[in-house]
Ligand binder design. Structure first.
Ligand code: HEM
Length: 297
C-alpha cells in the first residue's frame, strides 16, 4: 500500500476512534432531533419499534437521568409513553412517563403523568419508584410528541430495561394501545454508561472497556501502522539503514495489526453489550478500516 493509502487509512481510523457520541451527534436519525428550550442530550438512540427515539444525559455521579422521548401517537391527540422497568422486561413493573393532551384542552398542549404500572392495566397516576422532576411534553408540527423528564435512579445504575408505547386517547382518557406488531415488541435495554457525556474516575467496567477499545485502535491504526509505512518508505533510502528499516517495518506492521485485531474485537464486544444503541457512522468506518487493513496484510 502506498504511503498515501496508509495515511488515508489512518485518517479514517482516527475518525472511527473518536468518541462514539461525536459520531452520533454528527449523523442523521435521532442525532438530527432538535428540542425546545435549548435542551440538549449527550446520547440518543433510534428505537427499533414504533419509529421512536430516546435521548439522554446520564450523570453517573448523581445517578440522575435526564431524558427526552420522541414518538408519534397512532392518531392525532393520542398518548405516548416511555419508562424504565426495574423488575422485568415488559409492561408490568414499568415506571412510566405518559404524555397526553392536557385535560379539556383543544389547545394541542400536552401534559405528563407518571404511572407505576402493575400488571397489564394502567391504574391511576401516582409517584414512581424513582423521584422525577422537570416533566414536560409538547407536540411538534410534524405530529410527533416530545416528552421530557429527569429521573433519579439508584446509585450505580448502568444498564436498564426500557419500554415505550403509543396509544389513542378517547374522551380525554388514555385507552389501550394495539396488542400486536410493534406495540408488543417495544422494549429493550438502555445502556446509560456507554452513552454517558463525561465521566471522571472510570469507575464503571463499561467505560473502561470503551477506553480500552479507543486506546488499542489509536495505537494500532493511528501510530504503529503509519510508522511502519514511514520506515519502509523513508528509512529504506538510507544505505546505512539496510536492513534495519525492514525489521522495524515488519515489527511495526505485525504488532500494529495484532493490536488492531484486539481493538476490533473489543469494538464487537462493546456493540454486543449496547443493544438498542447503534453508532452507524463509527461502526461503518471501523468495518472499512479493518477490512482494508486486513486486505493489505
Ligand atoms: C390503557 C393502558 C394500557 C393497557 C390496558 C395495556 C394493556 C396491555 C396488554 C394487555 C398487553 C399484552 C398484550 C399481548 O401480549 O397480547 C400489553 C403489552 C405491552 N404494553 Fe401495555 N397497556 C397499557 C398501557 C401501556 C403503557 C403506558 C406502556 C408503556 C409504558 C405499555 C407498554 C407495553 C409494552 C411494551 C407491551 C409489550 C410487552 C409486554 O407484553 O409486556 N402499555 N399492554
Amino acid at each position: 500500500m502506498s504511503l498515501l493509502g496508509m495515511l488515508f487509512l489512518s485518517v479514517l481510523a482516527a475518525v472511527a476512534v473518536a468518541p462514539a457520541r461525536v459520531a452520533a451527534a454528527g449523523g442523521g436519525g435521532c442525532a438530527a432531533e432538535r428540542f425546545s428550550s435549548n435542551r440538549v442530550y449527550a446520547a440518543c438512540s433510534d428505537l427499533a419499534r414504533l419509529g421512536a427515539s430516546v435521548h439522554w444525559t446520564y450523570d453517573e455521579g448523581a445517578a440522575s437521568l435526564s431524558v427526552a422521548f420522541v414518538a408519534a401517537p397512532p392518531s392525532s391527540g393520542g398518548w405516548v409513553a416511555w419508562g424504565l422497568n426495574p423488575t422485568g422486561e415488559g409492561m408490568s413493573g414499568t415506571q412510566a412517563l405518559v404524555a397526553l393532551p392536557k385535560s379539556g384542552g383543544s389547545s394541542g398542549a400536552y401534559d405528563v403523568q407518571t404511572y407505576s404500572i402493575n400488571g397489564y392495566t394502567l391504574g391511576s397516576p401516582g409517584p414512581l419508584s424513582y423521584p422525577t422532576s422537570d416533566l414536560a411534553a409538547e407536540i411538534g408540527g410534524d405530529g410527533r410528541v416530545r416528552m421530557f423528564g429527569t429521573l433519579k435512579l439508584p446509585n450505580g445504575t448502568g444498564e436498564v430495561n426500557q419500554v415505550w408505547q403509543v396509544g389513542p386517547v378517547a374522551g380525554g382518557s388514555i385507552t389501550p394501545h394495539a396488542f400486536s406488531g410493534d406495540n408488543v415488541a417495544s422494549k429493550g435495554k438502555l445502556n446509560l454508561v456507554t452513552g454517558a457525556s463525561t465521566s471522571s474516575g472510570g469507575g464503571s467496567s463499561l467505560l473502561r472497556k470503551r477506553n480500552t477499545h479507543g486506546v488499542l485502535n489509536a495505537v494500532s491504526w493511528g501510530i504503529l501502522l503509519p510508522m511502519g509505512a514511514i520506515f519502509a518508505r523513508y528509512l529504506k533510502t538510507f544505505k546505512s539503514a539496510d536492513p534495519t528499516w525492514f525489521y522495524l517495518h515488519v515489527a511495526c506492521q505485525l504488532i500494529g495489526y495484532a493490536v488492531g485485531v484486539s481493538g476490533w474485537a473489543t469494538g464487537i464486544h462493546l456493540g454486543n453489550l449496547s443493544k438498542g444503541i447503534t453508532y452507524s457512522l463509527h461502526r461503518n468506518i471501523g468495518i472499512a478500516v479493518f477490512a482494508l487493513g486486513t486486505l493489505q496484510v
